[in-house]
Design a protein around this ligand. Structure first.
Ligand SMILES: [Zn+2]
Length: 338
């Protein structure tokens, strides 16, 4: 599947966004956590119920997991194709003139699971379900027909009407009459990251380069919704990586941050997802992601600590292994912060 001619802005294909193909592939042959979890709850239910329905739900979960696996595999293949194309472009433009043996090793660099993938060895994945994995309803949202989209928006607006009633308002009064519709649209927009796959976000912006110095983009604005309260948190993310034959178009770092922040999130997972997605896309020597954010669920309710910032970091590969590399990254991003 050579998608080299596809515009980066092309509409998403019939896929859910799951960049974490490597994890999925690793999980192949064993039950995914989701499946085993649901199997055990189904097994518990089976003690009190006829087994047909639980067996049915196990089957449904298995096929759901299988779809996830095969689509994640496609994502991984697509990213690998982007890397291969980058190498071909570089060769075609004479980037590696006279390097026959080198070209051979570069061929390997485009592959999916070749050895020199420094950062992948230590990639810690504590929460497989959270890491870029779609929610149960994500696929249906992504693949919805225009009619289904309209029905979804209507359902959401009706729910907002209920919210308004429950807080003691009158959904029919002038100021609020359009609010349910507006909020439905806004919420879908604020969670549009569910409709974006990593290969679509990255497009063909992977380039083969001999650059092996740290690349940093700092202070990228992010806006997300905390999944515990569905209230905004906002802040800045700084991303660094050390290329390993491949670099990403700089704007793509911000796009990746955008994709994962436009979902329901916890800051820790968002940080890790951004790091893992970059790791997955270009197999660098290491990735570092630091997010500093303010959570409205903290600042405008409950504990009310205005201005309190939460800082999270995710360090992969060289950034995890080497204190010096990590310190260099931290000092470079701090020099920008006022
Ligand atoms: Zn919260």
């Amino acid at each position: 599947m050579s998608d080299s001619t596809r515009e980066p802005s092309a509409p998403v294909r019939m896929h859910h966004p799951s960049p974490l193909a490597a994890e999925v592939v690793r999980a192949e042959g064993e039950l995914s956590p989701l499946v085993s979890h649901l199997s055990s709850s189904a097994a518990a239910a089976a003690t009190s119920e006829p087994s047909t329905s639980s067996r049915h739900s196990i089957e449904a979960e298995r096929s759901y997991a299988a779809v996830q696996r095969s689509e994640a595999q496609e994502d991984a293949d697509e990213l690998r194709n982007f890397r291969m194309l980058a190498l071909e472009r570089q060769r075609a433009t004479g980037g590696f003139a006279g390097g026959g043996a080198q070209a051979g090793s570069l061929q390997a660099a485009g592959g999916a699971f070749e050895p020199f993938v420094g950062s992948r060895v230590g990639s810690p994945i504590p929460d497989k379900n959270g890491l870029g994995w779609p929610g149960k309803g994500t696929l249906a949202r992504l693949n919805a027909t225009p009619d289904e989209r309209e029905a979804r928006e209507k359902k959401l607006a009706d729910a907002v009407k209920v919210l308004l009633e429950c807080i003691g308002e009158d959904p029919e009064r002038d100021g609020l009459i359009k609010t349910p519709e507006r909020y439905a649209k806004a919420l879908l927009w604020m969670t549009k990251g569910y409709e974006e796959r990593l290969p679509d976000v990255i497009g063909n912006a992977i380039f083969a380069e001999d650059h092996e110095e740290m690349v940093i983009v700092r202070d990228i604005d992010i806006f997300s919704l905390c999944e515990h309260h569905m209230v905004p948190f906002a802040g800045k993310v700084s991303i660094g990586y050390i290329p390993n034959r491949f670099v990403l178009g700089l704007s793509k770092l911000a796009r990746i941050a955008e994709t994962f922040s436009r979902r329901l999130q916890v800051q820790e997972r968002l940080t890790k997802q951004i790091a893992t997605a970059i790791d997955e896309a270009i197999r660098p020597m290491g990735v570092a992601v630091v997010i500093e954010a303010t959570h409205q669920c903290m600042t405008m309710r409950g504990v009310q600590k205005p201005g309190a910032a939460t800082i999270t970091s995710s360090m992969l590969g060289a950034f995890r292994r080497s204190d010096k590399t990590r310190a260099e990254f931290m000092s470079l991003i701090r020099s920008s912060q006022r």
